[in-house]
Design a binder for this molecule. Structure first.
Ligand code: ZN
Length: 88
């Protein structure tokens, strides 16, 4: 089926930089290496403030994560299925 575009919309995590400490916020509820994600709930009062962070790692998709995620810290992307995915 040439030109038949099939896929789905998905959410993908993006990097969220803290407005207070200028470090990356680690995703909510995830264990993050402090060297990479310096801003956390425990350490920074800017963590729960805007810009809000979600539950996904940057580049991780909501469907791969497997749980409902909010819109914070994500962008919506179109995931096209590989050609021939529905061929018998
Ligand atoms: Zn911070």
């Amino acid at each position: 089926m040439a030109g038949h575009l099939t896929g789905h919309f998905d959410r993908v995590g993006v990097e969220v930089i803290c407005a207070v400490c200028r470090r990356r916020k680690h995703p909510r509820g995830r264990d993050a290496p402090p060297s990479l994600y310096g801003c956390s709930w425990d350490e920074c009062w800017g963590y729960p403030m805007k810009p809000h962070v979600g539950s996904l790692w940057p580049g991780e998709s909501a469907s791969a994560f497997g749980f409902i995620v909010g819109s914070y810290g994500t962008k919506v992307v179109w995931v096209a299925y590989p050609e021939g995915w529905d061929d018998d």
